[in-house]
Design a binder for this molecule. Structure first.
Ligand code: ZN
Length: 181
């Protein structure tokens, strides 16, 4: 498959795999909005030069949230894409607090392309936290989430200056939204 066709095949597949899912925020956006936003950020950050990374961005939550296997991804989209998705997938057998701690600890050890994907994911999540935070989250929980996202991103800095600046804007926006809440 050439790059453009493969990217659209992944977008179509991601829409199906996450069809039942919504974002946690008050606006309950379709989950595909998040996946497309992350893929778009990755595409801009890399000047569209890395179709496999864009595909991995579209599929980055498929193992964690939709129970898709690494083999299933590898079969259709190749081992490179599957490895990238695995690199940004938490071990769901661990308690949530431990998974969050490990994201901070492991971020600096990830391959550069996985770091770009992580930056884009955290940017999208903080934009959502600014625009449409989960209705049942306390002020404190939102503040903790923003601090945690910053701590993960601290471990991947020096990867992509443009995307890091976009992340910083999203984090500042999340701070402002929280202060105004
Ligand atoms: Zn995500």
């Amino acid at each position: 498959m050439n790059g453009l066709r493969a990217v659209l095949a992944a977008a179509d597949t991601a829409a199906r795999w996450h069809a039942e899912q919504r974002r946690k925020g008050e606006a309950q956006e379709p989950y595909i909005n998040h996946l497309l936003e992350v893929a778009h950020l990755v595409a801009e950050a890399t000047d569209g030069r890395d179709p496999d990374l864009i595909i991995a961005a579209l599929l980055h939550d498929a193992i964690e949230d939709s129970g898709i296997s690494e083999a299933e991804i590898a079969d259709t989209f190749g081992a490179d894409v599957a490895a990238l998705v695995v690199a940004v997938t938490d071990d769901k057998s661990l308690p949530k607090a431990e998974r969050k701690r490990l994201q901070i600890a492991h971020a600096p050890t990830k391959p550069e392309r996985a770091k770009i994907l992580k930056l884009a994911d955290k940017t999208s999540n903080l934009r959502a936290m600014a625009k449409s935070p989960p209705a049942n989250w306390s002020h404190e929980r939102r503040a903790e989430y923003i601090a945690w996202a910053r701590a993960v991103v601290a471990g991947v800095r020096g990867t992509n200056a443009w995307l890091e600046a976009v992340f910083d804007d999203a984090a500042a926006e999340a701070d402002r939204a929280l202060a105004a809440a």
